[in-house]
Design a protein around this ligand. Sequence first.
Ligand code: SF4
Ligand SMILES: [Fe+2]
Length: 294
Amino acid sequence: MANFSKRLKTNVEGNFFVDSTCIDCDTCRQLAPSTFVEDGDFSVVYHQPWSTEEELAAYQALIACPVGSIGTSKKNPKIFSKAHASFPLPIENGVSYAGFNSEKSFGANSYFIQHPNGNWLVDSPRYLKHLAQAFEERGGIQYIFLSHQDDVADAARYAKTFGATRIIHQNDSSAMPDAEWIINGEDTVQIEPEFICIPVPGHTAGSMSLLYNHRYLFSGDHLWWDRDLNQLGTPENLVWDDEQLERSIRKILNRPFEWVLPGHGERIHLPWHAMKSAVEQLILRRWNFTPSQI
Ligand code: SF4
Ligand SMILES: [Fe+2]
């Protein structure tokens, strides 16, 4: 629970506020960009919600915040309950953002995929009975895809609840040593007809992306959208091996996809040719190549 006595002075006056326990994970800015903005090492409220839609989004951010840093002077129980019940939040075609980001993964996003042959959880939210119930109502979880060692959070608990198969790369498997499916090497692995697991070492030795239906790339901390620069981003500092990272970005260049759904950073939807161009631009920029070197 946010503490009013720790309220950051940089919040605008009004009902919603962020306190000084904020870990600057970006979740609230993704969910309610018209209310929250980055200010130094924190998020703050720069504009109080004025419409019901904005208020709902601000409550969704309050609920998703991994460390409970967002508070209100006076809670609106009706909108709060609506926000609480809204997770997992649909994106499109059975793909949802799970919400309830976990401090254990520094507030990384996780996703739920509803599929007739069995549902998937991509990385893990906090374990909450309410969320487990929501997954149950949608048919449970068959696979838990772990993009890398940083974002396993409460995956073991969800796996136990649903008898799910956890998938992780061997090089990051110390984070989930009893995972049911360990991926080895750098070859892509077809897990189910529409699900391709792509090892993308770079950020960590065992980073992987999941490509679903040639449309959705769940990219962990390997690739994301930078909304300030309006371009794709990849790690600059938290890099295990930069040459491997470059190879891994090139690896996805010729795979058609239209969505990037990251652990950290903004998600993005672009037509596939625009996405391919954005990946090319990323390679040129990040490694100072000329177009002939693509
Ligand atoms: S979601 Fe919470 S921890 Fe993350 S940036 Fe917002 S206030 Fe800070
Ligand atoms: Fe990470």
